[in-house]
Design a protein around this ligand. Structure first.
Ligand SMILES: Cc1cc2nc3c(=O)[nH]c(=O)nc-3n(C[C@H](O)[C@H](O)[C@H](O)COP(=O)(O)O)c2cc1C
Length: 318
């Protein structure tokens, strides 16, 4: 069973991926957040994020957000020039500024656009493509118009997040449509969505024994050690996991310090990290972290949180 770390724009940066890979491991593939063409060129931070020197020895699949065949060609050429032989195509992004411009999940209702886009993948036999998609933009039926096109395209796998674009990341997952799509798709299937604990994963694997793998995003941001558990690596007791999580956090924060311009940007970025990180940590102490207004206060609050938690994992389970 493959374990894929989902791309999360603003979170799973090259630095984050490298730290996770070296400190926790257990992930088969890390995806980069999407690379897109903006005002006819690539964003500098995207180029840095996919550069081979920033991804050394990490199993990385770069992701693209093309709107048409021409953009797909340009981004594929970029990935090839950086030495990649796999590329993921984003057909799931739900953010209205993107989707309303017919990118991400906004592409799904436009059958002939998808057909042209995917036809262009055949011009690059040296590249292995995969797709990450939703069921549709406005309705859970839109995939039905695309299934023949998907099946006619050589793909290593299709990752399915069984919501529609308009739901963003909330609301009910449509398992029924997922099952229908999976049963009609001739490619290996990776399931993605709301997997937060080993129990969630176990349940989905029991339900769907045809899966080639699962992809986890927010669940891994919340519990970076989840990949250890899912690989049945249990040599760490809860106390050691918290200590290791503290080390992981401190290294992330150190990197933010080195790359932020001023304390205000640093604090903004550090607080953003806690939007998903350790929601199950002791509540009051977590609040102190989020309310801290200087790096010194922040480090004091995080040290207190980790120390207290490490000594009371029974009250606050991992
Ligand atoms: C802040 C944020 C950024 C995301 N960025 C991307 C992205 O760059 N590319 C992509 O395909 N999906 C992106 N996603 C979607 C995730 O990869 C994933 O599909 C989604 O979070 C559902 O999986 P989960 O429930 O395991 O988190 C993003 C999601 C969030 C919350």
């Amino acid at each position: 069973m493959q374990l894929h770390f989902a791309p999360l724009q603003g979170y799973t940066t090259a630095l984050y991926r490298r730290l996770h890979h070296t400190m926790w491991g257990g992930i088969d593939y890390y995806y980069t957040p999407f690379v897109r063409i903006e005002k006819e060129s690539f964003r500098r931070r995207d180029l840095a994020d996919i550069s081979p020197e920033n991804n050394k020895e990490i199993p990385t699949i770069p992701q693209m957000l093309p709107r048409d065949a021409d953009e797909l060609r340009r981004i594929t050429q970029l990935f090839l020039s950086q030495g990649y032989t796999c590329a993921d195509i984003n057909m799931g992004c739900p953010f209205p500024p993107i989707a309303l411009h017919k990118r991400g999940s906004g592409l799904l209702p436009h059958v002939s656009m998808v057909e042209d886009l995917l036809a262009a993948t055949k011009e690059f036999p040296e590249m292995k493509f995969s797709i990450k998609m939703r069921l549709g933009w406005q309705s859970t039926d839109e995939w039905k118009h695309l299934i023949d096109i998907l099946n006619a395209t050589p793909l290593t796998h299709v990752t399915i997040h069984p919501r529609i674009g308009q739901q963003q990341y909330k609301g009910d997952i449509c398992y029924e449509a997922f099952e229908q799509l999976a049963s009609r798709c001739s490619h290996p299937i990776i399931y993605n969505g709301d997997l937060c604990t080993p129990q969630d994963v176990e349940h989905i694997l029991q339900q769907y024994n045809f899966l080639t793998g699962i992809m986890i995003g927010r669940g891994l941001l919340a519990r970076p050690y989840l990949s250890l558990w899912l690989n049945n690596i249990r040599q760490y007791d809860p106390h050691s996991i918290i200590c290791h999580t503290q080390l992981f956090h401190d290294k992330l924060f150190e990197a933010l310090q080195q790359t932020s311009q001023g304390n205000s940007q640093l604090m903004q970025r550090a607080h953003a990290l806690w939007e998903y990180f350790l929601p199950h940590a002791p509540r009051k102490l977590r609040k102190n972290v989020i309310k801290s207004s200087s790096p010194t206060q922040y480090m004091h609050a995080t040290d207190t949180l980790f120390d207290t938690w490490a000594n009371d994992t029974e009250t606050y389970p991992l």
